[in-house]
Design a protein around this ligand. Structure first.
Ligand SMILES: Nc1nc(=O)c2c([nH]1)NC[C@@H]1CN(c3ccc(C(=O)N[C@@H](CCC(=O)O)C(=O)O)cc3)CN21
Ligand SMILES: CC(C)C(=O)C(=O)O
Ligand SMILES: [Mg+2]
Length: 290
């Protein structure tokens, strides 16, 4: 079988040049990676949103390098075609250059990712530049940066006034100059995201950033309608009702167990009658006929 060629940072650059939209989906484990790839996602993002979506934290702030590495390993084991990108968790990109490099290298070497994503701009620039210089592709992320939720005062749209809109445009240009290969724009007005996307040579990938971006990303569980982690943001479109299907499936199993309808003949293993004969003379241990 011919090996499928993996999506690379160069592929994404060409997609922008040819006006071909980029589809990125989060993946946190082997089954979500397999489904997202089979569905045709170009990029699998091992997002630190996994802390909220699959680990039950109430923000992405508690997520550790151990957790990101653990989940990245599961995703990269199942991924063959998509570009695997992993979030550097809270604070990591703000450390000394050599610590940032070690963390990013761990996600590539141990985790099996092909790139890392870093939230922020000026405060994390030296870490980003060190990674790029070392051959580690970096995806930027500006606008609503969830690791700063305590400073932002909630998950709010960013860049609504002229001052913050101008700042976001400058951050985007600074990140492109620093060598990031793509940029996530989260929760910014459509007009601003479109303007940034036109100004930049590298592709932008939007989440709650409208139609002018070069690609779109959503959280796997949001787009599939898992409906477990409370309210979904208003920019989410739900393409399936997996949560409801899952609840119904478990409910049917429980009902059949409790009513004795499961298991049936087709789900059991039988013993050869001759072997059965040798056991307690064909009787069960308490003497009754089987
Ligand atoms: N399941 C999930 N999906 C996500 O997209 C996601 C996470 N978790 N966890 C990490 C961050 C947090 N994110 C969020 C969470 C909430 C909103 C939200 O409620 N936004 C409001 C906008 C409020 C305003 O008008 O400023 C919305 O209505 O969508 C946005 C992004 C995005 N990320
Ligand atoms: C929502 C995306 C962009 C993300 O950073 C995450 O899933 O952690
Ligand atoms: Mg993230």
């Amino acid at each position: 079988m011919a090996a499928t060629k993996r999506v690379t940072v160069t592929t994404l650059q060409k997609m922008k040049e040819q006006n071909e939209p980029i589809a990125m989906v989060t993946a946190y484990d082997a089954p979500s990676a397999a489904v997202a790839e089979a569905g045709g996602a170009d990029v699998l993002l091992v997002g630190d949103s996994l802390g909220m979506v699959v680990l039950g934290y109430d923000s992405t702030v508690p997520v550790t390098m151990e957790e990101m590495t653990h989940h990245t390993k599961a995703v990269s084991r199942k991924s063959q075609r998509a570009l695997v990108v992993t979030d550097l968790p809270f604070l990591t990109a703000h450390l000394q250059k050599d610590e940032v490099l070690k963390a990013a290298a761990r996600l590539l070497q141990e985790g099996g990712a092909q790139a890392v994503k870093v939230e922020g701009a000026h405060a994390v620039l030296s870490g980003i530049e060190a990674c790029v210089a070392a051959g580690i592709p970096v995806m930027g992320h500006i606008g609503l940066t969830p690791q700063s939720v305590h400073q932002l005062g909630g998950y709010r749209i960013q860049g609504k006034d002229s001052e913050t809109a101008q700042r976001l445009l400058e951050e985007a240009q600074t990140l492109e100059a620093a060598g990031v290969f793509a940029l996530v724009l989260e929760c910014v007005p459509e007009e601003l995201a479109q303007r940034i996307s036109q100004e930049l040579t590298i592709p932008t990938i939007g989440i709650g950033a409208g139609r002018g971006c070069d690609g779109q990303v959503l959280v796997y569980h949001d787009l599939l309608g898992y409906g477990s982690g409370g309210r979904v943001p208003s920019f989410v479109k739900t393409y399936a009702s997996i949560g409801e299907a899952a609840r119904q499936g478990v409910h049917s199993f429980v009902e059949e167990v409790k009513s004795g309808r499961f298991p049936t003949e087709e789900h059991v293993f039988r013993l050869d009658p001759a072997v059965m004969e040798g056991l307690y003379g064909g009787r069960t241990s308490d003497g009754s006929d089987l």
